[in-house]
Design a protein around this ligand. Structure first.
Ligand code: BGP
Length: 464
């Protein structure tokens, strides 16, 4: 097993875990919550979900949060990210649900009292159904509705939560809804995807503005999946493919949400393919005023691309600009089908340092989903997840070096704390420090939770 006393990270480094409301809370149909698009889609088309499992039950954190927080304490975690369900807090978009206020206040208070910094995200792919019926990200009122929700969140919980983020991986709800068919409405329209991306960036800017007005002392940020793009070769066509993938997937949201502007190369690419969304000067002005205190970086796997062999012009789909490339030397997590490449964290750190003013950041999601983990259970009921320990160790080691080289990285959160529900894979791949038995909802620590606790203890002792 990997050593627990070899990793040395800065004082006050965040050790924690991440999750989201829709993937953990359950209680989807009680206490005044209105349906999210996921709840509704699952009711309408359960066959689209792995083993027809939807977000209605999950790991029932709604009823288990107090004990879960105690488990976090036992592991010595000092921070935890989850999200608020918009549909629970404001079931119709306007009216505050008192039961949701009680639940979240109690949950956040429990974290605070346990010495765990709550990091609260506002939107984790979970569009309210009432808003989706108006058009979702295509509806012109979506950014104002989101800003109102953000304002209510900090008015209601700002005394308990200092760290807030607007979106988790905003590109995902865009590409999965409008290009790849994985999220509702599962349509294919490149232009609508770009428009939805722009609306998301505008919603982020309006939310940040609204939250700052309520309380200028909060720490505000967003969470992006910064997947470095590696081209197959130095051939000009592959380099062009790599640049397009980087502009569309990485720079678009980084520039728009962190710097408050869009780069000329991105605008040129969109113009060339007739993809420029409708904008107006007032909105661009709001976007340009955004200032963030930090960002979260979700990183699981690199993006490797090559030039398409055959492409439609102008592009009707990202695959007209770049296609995936399978690197022959790759190391894989075969269960999720994702490459394991911790070295990319060095490139992420350099990108943030050089192009984004070295804004403070933390690794807000990283982890390894593995199927059939009960294969590895020992006589004490503990899953011996050495593969996860190795995965975490390898990523923490690269982070340690990046920090020594000047990266402004202040934390590491594993996805996830207790095994949780996945949008596409139900409970097939398990990610948690804790296993959950879905029949009883009982939680059992995995070996990685003990290992991580020892890493944190070593850190707390000053790291010698
Ligand atoms: C991230 C999402 C999480 C989570 C994780 C694991 O991109 O932010 O919500 O789901 O990926 O992915 P999956 O559940 O598809 O295995």
């Amino acid at each position: 097993m990997k050593p627990t006393d070899k990793i040395n990270l800065p004082k006050d480094f965040w050790f924690g875990a991440a999750a989201s409301a829709p993937q953990t809370e359950g209680a989807a149909q009680i206490d005044g919550k209105s349906p999210s698009t996921w709840d509704m889609w699952h009711t309408l088309e359960p066959e689209r979900f792995d083993q027809a499992m939807g977000p209605n039950v999950t790991s029932d954190v709604y009823h288990h949060y107090r004990d879960d927080v105690k488990r976090m304490q036992a592991m010595k975690l000092n921070s935890y990210r989850t999200s608020i369900a918009w549909t629970r807090l404001l079931p119709d978009g306007n009216t505050l649900n008192p039961k949701a206020v009680t639940f979240y206040r109690d949950y956040f208070k429990a974290m605070r009292e346990g010495g765990i910094e709550p990091v609260i995200n506002l939107f984790h792919f979970d569009m309210p159904w009432w808003l989706m019926e108006k058009g979702g990200w295509e509806y012109e009122g979506v950014s104002d509705a989101f800003a109102y929700y953000a304002q209510v969140c900090v008015e209601t919980f700002g005394d308990l939560v200092t760290y807030w983020t607007t979106f988790n991986e905003p590109i995902v709800h865009v590409e999965c809804s409008y290009l790849y068919g994985y999220h509702y409405p599962a349509i294919h329209d490149f232009k609508k995807a770009i428009h939805a991306g722009y609306q998301t960036i505008l919603a982020h800017a309006k939310a940040i503005q609204a939250m700052r007005m309520v309380n200028p002392n909060l720490k505000l940020g967003t969470i992006l999946n910064l997947t470095p793009v590696y081209g197959k070769s130095d051939h000009i066509a592959d380099r062009k493919a790599q640049e397009a993938a980087d502009l569309l997937n990485t720079k678009s949201f980084l520039d728009g949400m962190v710097l408050g502007r869009f780069s000329e190369p991105l605008l040129d690419l969109l113009r060339e393919h007739d993809l420029i969304p409708d904008t107006n000067d007032d909105d661009l002005e709001i976007i340009s005023k955004v200032k963030l205190d930090f960002i979260g970086v979700n990183y699981y796997q690199p993006r490797r691309v090559q030039a398409p062999v055959k492409a439609t012009y102008p592009a009707q789909d990202p695959k007209d600009l770049y296609i995936p490339y399978t690197w022959p030397k790759r190391r894989m997590n075969p269960y999720r089908g994702w490459e394991i490449y911790p070295e990319a964290l060095t490139d992420i750190a350099t990108l943030i340092k050089e192009d984004y003013h070295n804004i403070p950041w933390y690794l807000s999601e990283n982890g390894m989903g593995v199927a059939d983990e009960m294969r590895f259970v020992d006589e004490n009921g503990t899953i011996q997840d050495d593969y996860r320990i190795e995965f975490i160790y390898d990523h923490l080691s690269v982070l340690e070096q990046a920090i020594a080289d000047g990266a402004n990285c202040f934390g590491y959160h594993l996805w996830t704390f207790v095994d949780c529900w996945s949008w596409l894979n139900g409970y097939r791949n398990r990610y948690g420090f804790y296993r959950v038995d879905l029949k009883t909802q009982k939680r059992y620590p995995k070996q990685s939770s003990f290992w991580m606790r020892d890493v944190i203890e070593h850190h707390q002792k000053g790291g010698e």
